[in-house]
Design a protein around this ligand. Structure first.
Ligand code: PLP
Length: 466
């Protein structure tokens, strides 16, 4: 990064926001200990930075507003899977952000948060007839994933009218990134119509020619690990296809391009990079015409809106040494950081060290393992991390975990879902917390594990024997 003198205005804003976010996070960890959210009896919490979420939402809006022709409709729909929490969706709604949903559960969350159908987009790869019928009845935008799904939509459109904006999802097959599991535009990706396969492009063009109600085109070509240039290539391919379809039909039937989400997040430091402004400018250069007002736009960012605003904080229950290496045994492991524990090479997390009072820990950096509470040896939040030595009663914070982490509980060892709290500075040097989700109780764990059916298997066996 250059000196402040050669930074652009939005880069300066980003750097200031990043520094303020780190200060807020430190204040929140200390306040969580002081206010008893984090305690020996509740040794794990998720914290969400409300100010930071609002800032990211504003940065996203500003990045596109700066480039689109005045009056162009733009819907930023948050990919609900990144942080499926109703209060988060409501907060984003207040910031003018809609919802991209991909299951009946996610749609239910969006509706519980009060999102109107016009602010909601459905694009899962396995929609049932009932889901499609409901979406069309509600007027929610739907992107058909494949020809069979389009058949189902055809049948529904014959039997009823719908306000739903409808489109087709294509896979431009521009290639994958460094993480196989999150690359959506490889030749064999499961999503959308594979555009470069034989006959596919012609099929798509004909699908639009035959259906005047198909007015959108959707491509989501990336996620963590995808270079920006490849994402831009995917958007360029979708744009070129829309132009070709409209040209061949002889009118502007496709009115809206859904360019997906996928902006990668920097997990290596507190710097927000790349920024929405950088991506939008790159799109403006790579796809001239995208922002000239002829197409409305939909975006579907998930990780980049929330990741940097979440922190998992866990008490260090024990500090030990094994084979000469210090190991901090904490309460955060595979249940809250599943991807990191199972695929640490692809999903490394930074760990912040805080002392027993929740203050940033000082002291020489020591190579150590930060372990979770689950009963398998691979349950490590970080292996060989270099940070001040974590001791019993300290706290370990898994940083940048606001998306795809603590909202994605994995019930290994029946470990309870932690409570999640949103925080803001109270204006008087303190921190206010609000409950986003209660910690899961033991009664709830038993109930979700068949507690109401305790005797179901033994009685089944008995009745069969008789
Ligand atoms: C997951 C997903 C997104 C969001 O991806 P991020 O990498 O979290 O921005 C957007 N659109 C679709 C269709 C998705 O499946």
């Amino acid at each position: 990064m250059g000196s402040h003198d050669d930074m652009t205005g939005d880069a300066m804003d980003t750097a200031v926001h990043d520094a303020e976010r780190v200060a807020r996070r430190d204040d929140a960890v200390r306040a969580a200990v002081e206010q008893g959210l984090l305690a020996p009896g509740s040794p794990l919490v998720g914290l969400l930075d409300v100010t930071g979420i609002r800032e990211s939402a504003a940065a996203l809006r500003a990045a596109f507003d700066a480039l689109v022709a005045p009056g162009t409709p733009v819907l930023h729909a948050f990919a609900v899977k990144a942080t499926p929490l109703v209060p988060v969706l409501r907060l984003l709604r207040e910031e003018g952000i809609g919802a991209e949903v991909a299951s009946p559960g996610e749609l239910a969350l969006a509706r519980a948060a009060g999102l109107r159908p016009e602010m909601t987009v459905l694009d899962s790869p396995a929609k049932t007839p009932a889901e499609l019928r409901e979406a069309l009845a509600l007027g929610i935008a739907v992107n058909a994933d494949n020809p069979q799904e389009l058949d189902r939509i055809d049948a529904l459109m014959r039997s009823a009218t719908s306000r739903s904006p409808l489109g087709i999802r294509v896979n431009p097959q521009v290639g994958g990134g460094s993480i196989e599991a999150t690359s959506t535009a490889t030749a064999t990706s499961k999503f959308g119509v594979a555009l470069r396969d034989e006959g596919a492009r012609e099929w798509v063009v004909r699908a639009y020619q035959d259906r005047p109600w198909l007015t959108r085109l959707h491509a989501h070509t990336g996620s963590q690990g995808i270079p920006l240039s490849l994402m831009a290539q995917g958007v360029a391919a979708a744009y070129a296809l829309a132009e070709e379809i409209n040209r061949r039909i002889g009118r502007r039937q496709i009115t809206t391009l859904d360019i997906g989400g996928g902006l990668p997040v920097n997990f290596a430091s507190d710097a927000t990079t790349p920024t929405y402004a950088q991506y939008a400018r790159l799109l403006g250069e790579a796809v001239p015409g995208l922002f000239d007002g002829r197409y409305g736009l939909v975006t579907e960012f998930g990780r980049s809106l929330l990741a940097k605003h979440g922190t998992v904080v866990a008490r260090v229950e024990y500090a030990k040494s094994a084979g000469g290496r210090p190991v901090a045994v904490t309460h955060a492991g595979v249940q809250v950081a599943t991807r990191t524990v199972y695929a640490p090479g692809s999903w490394p997390l930074r760990i912040g060290a805080y002392d027993g009072k929740g203050r940033p820990k000082e002291g020489p950096a020591v190579v150590q393992d930060v372990a979770g509470p689950a009963c398998f040896s691979g349950d490590l939040l970080a292996e060989g991390a270099t940070l001040p030595l974590l001791e019993q009663g300290d706290h370990a914070a898994a940083l940048d975990t606001g998306a795809y982490y603590f909202a994605h509980h994995y019930a290994y060892n029946s470990l309870a879902r932690p409570g999640i709290y949103g925080f803001t500075p109270d204006g008087a040097g303190g921190i206010d917390f609000a409950t986003v989700r209660e910690a899961q109780s033991l009664d709830e764990i038993v109930a979700e594990s068949g507690g109401a059916h305790a005797a179901s298997l033994t009685t089944l066996t008995t009745s069969k024997r008789r």
